[in-house]
Design a protein around this ligand. Structure first.
Ligand code: F6R
Length: 612
């Protein structure tokens, strides 16, 4: 979703901002732009399309400036076009603003401004906001900073905004509510961005701006205030991230790199927490909530997309290990149906980005009802992490490919740790089973490495089926959510219609789709449902469907039935999803690549969905 970058300091600002915008391309966008102060004059350049197109458009212009703001826009108000791209300017041409988020009451504000004679050149809520600020500034005869503060008190919605002001060429102003903003603190320079990726190569010292804070930046000064104009102390943190983590490192795509990183990222998600030899499991972020967790009446998992699938796997895990009822909710639905949440309920919010608006809103509403919220997040310091009362980071490292892969398997590993920890505290698991599962979890990274060796074989299967119009993905038990995840990956990356179903449910409708043209992917590793899944495969074969099956090594039965098999190492059914999803990620990746699609940035998708 939209990305912002800004620079103020001793360097040339334009190259820093353009490079930063390229680092944010993974978030998904459809237009882009920059504003800078060249010779004291405010210049704005913006274009529909990619950052490279903006660069071509600007070539040859005098871009000298030590202050600049930039934006990648994912259209909300108004189609992707040059005029709707950010930055947007005030009517007098002196202020330029980039904005992430949505101003919900912009129609009302626009009406007021129109009645005062303002004219608008775009369809955006952003242009309304910058006009509103300018209107306050001129009618109150105050500074831009003061006008911004007054304006934000009227604004309903979520935003990060950055403003450059022609009359204050050595100052950048930023404000945040509900969308992420990171400030990089250098020597005589400051960097601002939606996440740390544009900043990491310049400085590791960062400040995460909080909601309702305004930052006033000069090259060598950072003043942080709250919306009531009280000075706040910036909390400078050290980024725990290396530049290599956000580069492709020899892979053709970020997605492939991230798929192949999984033995390491799963290991990282377990590191310092799981000690199978000692039979110990430590989750510091849950320590003070353990009593409440083990006595919970109900655990409600809220999430979206792939993270929701991780929640579904966790439902099976936690119910089995802890005998606590678990509900898995689409965050977007949970919030608006006035859910029954009460004492004894624990909410677990699962999110890679930690910025997903639907999940944040669901958490806020549950918090208002008095529930305790735990977060399972990948991005340290993200909004969801900060809104949580406790939780566990997944530590998968930055995920740049829009389709989530390594974050998903890290979520599964962490959710399994959480289930085991609660079960241990509750005494709902035998010592033997607990130890067995610790051993199994510890063995997962190596088994994932073995599954990755099937890359070439999976590519050959991808070539065989890449022209199919639809795919069906089926699985039972722990593998049912993996079927959903496999279907989602294929949809996102290859634009092929795919559906995931519980294998048995197929008889109740989707079987009507089966003919010789329909590839059906079975996630059919050895578990308690195995015999039933074999019957389901027979039902598909009897109708001439093409069966691609992910099976456990040594399985002769399905090998003899399926058209194509992908063999993964044997494991306990509770951890099997972390391994069986790997070939499905690879299958989607290769089909997308073979179809010539941009797998890292699929059309219409955004990495971090910061609007509801
Ligand atoms: C799918 C995907 C999305 C996200 C969803 C939630 O590959 O990436 O479905 O899982 O938008 O995002 P997070 O996990 O950041 O809350």
């Amino acid at each position: 979703m939209c990305g912002i970058v800004a620079y103020i300091g001793h360097r040339e600002a334009y190259p820093v901002v353009i490079k930063g915008l390229k680092r944010l391309e993974y978030r998904g966008y459809d237009s882009t732009g920059v504003a800078l102060l060249n010779g004291g004059n405010l210049k704005v350049y913006k274009k529909k399309g990619k950052v490279a197109e903006l660069e071509d458009y600007i070539t040859g212009k005098d871009l000298k400036s030590h202050i600049a703001i930039g934006h990648t826009r994912w259209a909300t108000h108004g189609e992707p076009s040059d005029r709707n791209a950010h930055p947007q300017m005030s009517g007098d041409g002196k202020l330029a603003m980039v904005h992430n988020g949505i101003i919900e009451n912009y129609t009302q504000l626009k009406k007021e401004l129109l009645s005062k004679g303002h004219q608008f050149t775009s369809d955006t809520d952003t242009e309304v906001l910058i006009h509103f600020i300018q209107e306050i500034k001129s009618s109150n005869q105050c500074s831009t900073e003061e006008a911004l503060r007054i304006a934000l008190k009227r604004v309903v919605g979520a935003y990060v905004i950055l403003i450059v002001d022609e009359d204050n060429p050595d100052t950048l102003i930023a404000a945040r509510k509900g969308s992420p903003l990171v400030i990089g603190v250098g020597k005589g320079e400051h960097f601002l961005a939606s996440d740390a990726s544009p900043i990491i190569e310049y400085t590791k010292e960062v400040v995460y701006v909080n909601d309702y804070e305004i930052a006033i930046l000069k090259a060598d000064e950072l003043i942080l205030k709250n919306i009531s104009n009280e000075i706040q102390t910036p909390y400078i943190q050290k980024l725990d991230m290396e530049l290599a983590a956000i580069e492709k490192g020899g892979y053709d795509h970020f997605m492939l790199k991230e798929v192949f990183e999984q033995p390491q990222t799963i290991f990282d998600s377990l590191r310092g927490r799981l000690d199978a030899k000692a039979g110990k499991l430590t989750l510091g972020g849950l320590r003070e909530h353990m009593d409440m967790l083990k006595d919970a009446n109900r655990i409600i998992i809220v999430a979206c997309g792939t993270s929701w699938h991780a929640g579904l796997v966790a439902e099976y895990m936690i119910e089995e290990l802890c005998r606590i009822p678990v509900e898995v909710e689409y965050a977007s639905e949970f919030r608006y149906r006035n859910p029954v949440v009460g004492k004894g309920d624990v909410i677990i919010a699962v999110s890679q980005s930690g910025e997903t608006a639907d999940t944040l809103v669901a958490m806020e509403s549950a918090k208002e009802k008095g529930a305790i919220i735990l977060g399972v997040c990948n991005v340290v310091g993200s909004s969801i992490a900060r809104l949580s009362n406790g939780g566990v980071y997944t530590h998968a490292g930055p995920e740049i490919g829009v389709a989530s892969t390594k974050a998903f398997t890290a979520q599964l590993a962490v959710l399994c740790l959480i289930g085991l920890k609660i079960a241990e505290a509750k005494g709902s698991i035998t010592g033997q089973r607990f130890q067995h599962l610790l051993d199994e979890l510890e063995g997962v990274p190596d088994k994932v490495a073995i599954a990755l060796k099937l890359n070439d074989q999976t590519k050959a299967i991808a070539a065989k089926y890449k022209d199919a119009r639809d795919f069906l993905y089926l699985g039972r038990g722990y593998n049912f959510p993996i079927a959903l995840e496999g279907a989602l990956k294929l949809k996102e990356i290859s634009y092929i219609h795919a559906e995931g179903y519980p294998a048995a449910e197929m008889k109740h409708g989707p079987i009507a789709l089966v003919d010789e043209n329909l590839p059906v992917v079975f996630v059919a590793t050895k578990d308690r449902y195995y015999d039933k899944v074999v019957s389901n495969i027979q039902e598909i074969k009897a109708r001439k469907g093409k069966v691609i099956a992910v099976i456990t090594e040594g399985d002769q039965i399905i090998s003899g039935m399926a058209d194509d098999v992908i063999i993964v190492p044997e494991s306990d059914e509770l951890v099997a999803p972390i391994i069986s999803v790997i070939p499905l990620q690879l299958l989607a990746y290769h089909i997308g690549v073979l179809k010539g699609l941009d797998v890292d940035k699929p059309r219409n998708l955004a990495k971090s969905v910061t609007v509801e």
